[in-house]
Design a protein around this ligand. Structure first.
Ligand code: G6P
Length: 615
């Protein structure tokens, strides 16, 4: 989820335009940043540093930042830890070329190996450097133009990319290409702009071309924008007029990062499963399970440690692992685990779940378990952060930077990884039947499409939210796999609307919370067609008998509960164990819209922080 900026003109300096553009794209990643410029003497310079764009600016204070052509990048690490060396742009070995890249080159290891055999030396651990070295190698070896070398190289590449390239021998040209990662070209008066979205561009021109997958753009001074495909066929891109203000576009057109992140979930979960779920062969493959097979297969017990939303994902993981793998699982608040001299040792596997990878309590729990000899598995989002570095192995959720403080897409990403983990481990242990395994893998692969469809419920929930803003307390009920979803729904509401909310296992209601129920206390009940349907339906009757107001989350086509509930939200029908991935979505939207109706600061709620690095 990196950010890409480019500029090519005659009169303006490139550097300030690039820096400003990077700042607008910083939401896409901010672990390192860099810029490549060609000055009037034809020197191609790359300046890059670990940290944010502000750090890059400081780094560049004593550098030659002149020139009317340049490319710049803000990184969200995937391959290779966040560091100055791994930051983009990357030179090719000859230093004739510099590249920036957003995406993942999946077959980079194979290409790298081949190039190394031919004597090419690599400076970084990134997949990106592999691409620029490949282009340079092809260009030199076959004496091709840069465009043709790019086309030949992209033929060999598997994966997703948005790239931009400078060639010092052609200081009037930028070449850019896209496949599955966004890229926008801005067309000015004798100048070109480039961005991962239009935010770095709209200040200078409202004429843009959104590149399509497979497009290669050649921006050359004094010429019109040329767009070709990999076969060098000329394309006629549509020049569009953008009519959006800066504030909107930085959030991709959404009023808040949280809403954007909720809507990103279909794409994020697809990314999360990419290369791991192979539907054709009905298989889940996690490299961590291949590399550490015997350790994981022989685990006597699994302990999950996490905080906040990640802890809720852990509760779902527990049910998933116990159901499929028949290994006992305990789920601990990391903050409690670290201070209570827990019984943990060499036969245990500890799974640490953390979006940021920096939560102090989770990191401390990891260190403690490690000191007792446990094997540590991390499930994190931020690449190269402290927790993945402290663990023995792990799986990144790959949902991209999450900016809204209330976690949304990271939660569904964590649940997706836990599901894949449970399935792959169960398959290896032989604790799941082949039919059940295949059925679940196939259904999991369908979840992004289901969520995409489910998100159409947004307007309905926005209307519904207005009716419930009066409430000072909310109760969320669920059973089985839906119980942690109830907890997560309640947490979302608390975090951003400041309404007190509690999640409860539905059957426990009669042991206390039922005393609270009256007409002022809305109850969100997850009452889908799983094994607990009848029982939750009875709970709803009990609430209605006490004048409670019920928002029921039901399976599509349910006609019974809609007759008794005050409001109904329909979910697609899916397997019981996968239901958390869909049932969470309307609860995120409900919390969001209630908070918006109440005029709260949705993205930065009071007193909270995205990454809690203190106890
Ligand atoms: C903070 C955030 C929560 C998050 C929790 C754990 O409280 O506001 O959204 O769930 O930390 O964070 P982690 O990065 O470890 O998942």
């Amino acid at each position: 989820m990196c950010g890409i900026v480019g500029y090519l003109g005659k009169n303006r300096d490139a550097y300030p335009i690039l820096i400003k553009g990077l700042k607008r794209l910083e939401y896409r990643g901010y672990d390192s940043a860099g810029v490549a410029l060609i000055n009037e003497d034809g020197d191609l310079s790359v300046y890059k540093t670990k940290g944010k764009v502000a750090d890059l600016e400081e780094f560049c204070t004593d550098k030659d930042i002149t020139g009317h052509i340049g490319i710049a990048h803000t990184r969200w690490a995937t391959h290779g830890e966040p560091s100055s060396v791994n930051a983009h742009p990357h030179y090719s070995q000859s230093k004739n070329l510099a590249i920036i890249h957003n995406g993942i080159i999946e077959n980079y290891a194979e290409i790298k190996h081949n190039l190394m055999e031919k004597g090419i030396e690599f400076q970084s651990e990134t997949d990106t450097e592999v691409l620029v070295q490949l282009i340079d190698y092809i260009q030199t070896k076959k004496n091709l133009s840069l465009l043709m070398a790019v086309q030949v190289a992209l033929h060999q590449v598997i994966g997703a990319y948005a790239i931009a390239l400078l060639d010092k021998r052609h200081p009037d040209t930028i070449i850019a290409a896209r496949k599955q990662s966004p890229l926008v070209v801005g067309i000015g008066d004798g100048e070109f702009f480039l961005g991962s979205d239009a935010s770095p561009i709209i200040e200078y021109t409202d004429k843009v071309v959104y590149l399509d997958d497979g497009n290669i753009a050649v921006m050359k001074l004094g010429e019109e924008l040329k767009v070709v495909n990999i076969l060098n066929e000329k394309l006629s891109p549509e020049v569009q007029t953008v009519d959006i203000n800066l504030g909107q576009i930085e959030k991709g057109g959404y009023p808040h990062f949280m809403l954007k992140e909720i809507f990103e979930q279909p794409a994020c979960l697809t990314n999360c499963m990419r290369g791991r779920i192979n539907v054709e062969h009905d298989r889940v493959t996690l490299s961590a399970l291949i590399d550490h097979r015997s350790k994981l297969l022989n685990a006597k017990r699994i302990i999950i440690v996490a905080c906040g939303t990640s802890w809720h994902a852990g509760l779902i993981g527990k049910q998933m692992i116990e159901t499929f793998c028949r290994i006992p699982v305990e789920v601990e608040y990391a903050s409690e685990f670290r201070y209570r001299n827990p019984v943990v040792g060499e036969s245990d596997v500890v799974i640490a779940i953390s979006q940021s990878g920096e939560t102090a309590d989770t990191l401390a729990a990891v260190e403690l378990a490690k000191s007792r000899g446990a094997f540590i598995y991390g499930i994190c989002n931020a690449i190269g952060s402290s927790i993945p570095r402290a663990t023995d192995t792990g799986t990144y959720i790959h949902v991209g930077p999450e900016i809204g403080v209330a976690s949304t897409k990271a939660f569904t990403g964590q649940v997706t990884v836990l599901t894949m983990f449970a399935l792959a481990l169960a398959d290896a242990k032989g604790t799941v039947s082949h039919d059940e395994y295949v059925k679940t893998v196939k259904e999991l692969a369908q979840i992004p499409a289901m969520i995409k469809d489910l998100l159409k419920v947004n307007d309905q929930i926005a209307d519904m939210a207005r009716t419930f803003t009066y409430a000072r307390n909310f109760l969320y009920l669920g059973r089985g796999f839906s119980y942690p979803v109830a907890l997560e729904g309640a947490l979302k509401l608390k975090e951003i609307s400041y309404i007190h909310a509690e999640g409860y296992p539905a059957a426990e209601m009669k042991h206390g919370p039922i005393a609270l129920i009256d007409s002022d206390m809305p109850v969100v009940a997850i009452a889908t067609h799983n094994g607990m349907y009848e029982k939750v339906r009875s709970n709803i009757q009990e609430i209605k008998a006490r004048q409670g107001r019920v928002i029921a989350i039901v399976t599509k086509g349910d006609t019974t509960i809609s007759k008794i509930a005050d409001a109904v939200i329909e979910l697609p029908d899916t397997m019981d164990c996968l239901e958390p991935l869909v049932a969470t979505i309307p609860l995120q939207l409900l919390a969001y819209h209630i908070a918006v109706c109440k005029g709260k600061d949705v993205d930065q709620p009071r007193n909270l922080a995205k990454s809690v690095t203190v106890e």
